[in-house]
Design a protein around this ligand. Structure first.
Ligand code: MSP
Length: 516
């Protein structure tokens, strides 16, 4: 059995989750479910990033004790993952004792190796981002290059990690591992950054008098560890680095770190160098997705345009009649609307249009009318005379079967869905062309049995392909077809794998939503 280790970023707990955060976890969940369907032993990690001044200030603004605050907000993320049916295996918090111990161990190892040193420092500092910037960077951006806010000049003594020592090695690593960062545009962006700039060593401490909420620096109580240095280490601490050596050997290196494009440099420059310095293998791939925007603006708390995912699920639940359909519709929208590497534009109208056309009209309608006919004409027992595949299905089904695994493995979820929905279209057309009511009128019962079997068998195959994207819907279809969950496996995707059906029609999966 192959192992598959995938991660999401750890979300800052300074505020509640928005749909941008939900997006990363939906992508990762789709991949995790797909890999489990392939039979892999999956370890899916998510969690929260809880240290740093920004979090402390948020707790103070809320007049809450910092520990109570981080527990509450972290739980809010966890609640969202439960609602969105995110099947993570481990939820890490950077305030976990085991993680804190790992961070300290890592620093000690790097200190012993001579890769950490102490020095005086003067630089521009952005408090909300907790990042240092050079004068040129600040001048070019007119403030913090990340959030555009004003920066402060700070002079202090700090600990530094020798990034510069590994620059040449990292460039070579990129050149020899062209799939290390995906998509290609992001790979090119990082490589060109590395080739055009001289890496400065990374300041990995913050004096306690300025930043008090963090992992204490080993053997120096006056400092805490820089939040990014602390947070990145989660990927190895969760997998058991220094605590569960056997498990670590089994799951590390990670197969995919899913991240947003805004945190690419931390993951594709700092992180590989930290691992190299530790003598730990590098992750296989870092996959950077795009942003969800409203108009031209990235959705973010600082821009004040966030869409609350709990409210969105609740509105969709009202429109669709149940929460399972609402969650699957949302997951479908995010994965179908744009390719993973590109930016997407979010609006209620785009969401409703997508649901009405693909899920209500095409998929929902196909399932509902097929099961309706099965009950009306054959009293729910579909026992074909011949289980041969209709010739009209052949091309599409073969295309789907041959491309699905590659598309899904490469995070091309939207393309996989294109193939699935083309097949749905073919079956819908087959119903119109065959005119079952005529078969019935002409008493062609054997043909009717074969016809309905073809529809139901086609729907079964569709239900297993959509599983990673819409798990509730997939299982609901399986239930209506009277088959058990074990049929949701890629080994069962061949035609006529199930020979007969006793069906039980449920409610329409996705009723149409009125567009105001
Ligand atoms: N805490 C760091 C990550 C540390 S990982 C070791 C962090 N947290 S975050 O909460 O600010 O962002 C987490 C993720 O959410 C990032 O991948 C970011 O790209 C993603 N998104 C935040 N807003 C987004 C959109 N509007 N659209 C898509 N994803 C976005 O960074």
């Amino acid at each position: 059995m192959n192992k598959f280790y995938l991660t999401t970023p750890l979300y800052y707990v300074n505020a509640s989750p928005h749909i941008g955060h939900a997006y990363t976890n939906i992508i990762a969940d789709c991949m995790a479910r797909f890999r489990r369907m392939l039979g892999d032993d999956v370890f899916f990690l998510t969690g929260t990033d809880e240290h740093g001044e920004k979090i402390k200030k948020a707790a103070e603004a809320n007049k809450e004790d910092i520990n109570v605050f981080v527990d509450r907000v972290s739980e809010n993320f966890n609640k969202l993952w439960a609602e969105l049916n995110i099947s993570y295996d481990f939820y890490i918090r950077t305030t976990d004792t085991k993680h804190i111990d790992t961070v300290k161990t890592v620093i000690k190892v790097l200190q012993d190796k001579g890769d950490i040193y102490k020095a005086n420092y003067s630089a521009f500092y952005c408090v909300p981002c907790e990042s240092f910037w050079t004068e040129t960077q600040v001048k070019e951006s007119g403030g913090c290059p990340d959030c555009k806010r004003d920066v402060e000049i700070i002079k202090e003594e700090n600990y530094f990690f020798k990034l510069s020592k590994y620059q040449k090695w990292l460039i070579d690593y990129f050149k020899n591992n062209t799939d290390f960062v995906k998509p290609k545009t992001r790979y090119n962006e990082v490589l060109s950054f590395l080739e055009k700039n001289i890496l400065e060593d990374l300041c990995i401490s913050r004096p306690k008098k300025r930043v008090s909420w963090g992992v204490g620096f080993p053997e120096n109580d006056d400092y805490v560890v820089y939040v990014w240095f602390d947070a990145l280490i989660n990927y190895i601490s969760a997998a058991g680095y220094h605590t569960k050596k056997e498990e670590f050997k089994k799951f590390w290196p990670a197969n995919i770190h899913f991240i947003g494009k805004d945190i690419l440099r931390h993951h594709a420059v700092f992180w590989p160098i930290m691992l190299k310095a530790l003598d730990v293998e590098l992750p296989e791939t870092i996959y950077a997705h795009g942003w969800w925007k409203i108009g031209e603006e990235k959705i973010s708390k600082s821009r004040g345009n966030i869409v609350n995912p709990f409210d969105l699920i609740s509105s969709l639940t009202t429109s669709l009649g149940n929460m399972e359909s609402a969650v699957d519709a949302l997951r479908y929208f995010f994965l179908k609307e744009v390719s993973v590497g590109l930016d997407g534009n979010f609006s209620w109208l785009a969401l409703v249009n997508r649901i009405n056309s693909d899920l209500a009209n095409d998929l929902g309608n196909l399932v509902f009318r097929t099961l309706n006919m099965g009950e009306k004409y054959l009293e729910g027992r579909i026992t074909p005379i011949s289980s041969e595949m209709p010739i009209k299905f052949k091309d599409n089904l073969e295309k789907l079967e041959s491309r699905y695994v590659d598309f899904m493995s490469n995070c091309e979820f939207s393309l996989a869905l294109d193939d699935i929905f083309q097949f749905i279209g073919v079956i819908n057309k087959y119903i119109e062309d065959t005119k079952p009511w005529v078969l019935w009128k002409e008493k062609k019962y054997d043909e009717m049995k074969n016809f309905l079997y073809s529809l139901v068998e086609g729907i079964r195959i569709i239900s297993l392909y959509i599983y990673p994207v819409m798990p509730f819907t997939s299982l609901s279809i399986a239930k209506q077809l009277g088959i058990d969950e074990n049929c949701i496996s890629l080994d069962k995707r061949s035609w006529s794998e199930v020979k007969e059906y006793i069906i039980e029609k449920g409610k329409p999966l996705f009723p149409r939503i009125d567009v105001e």
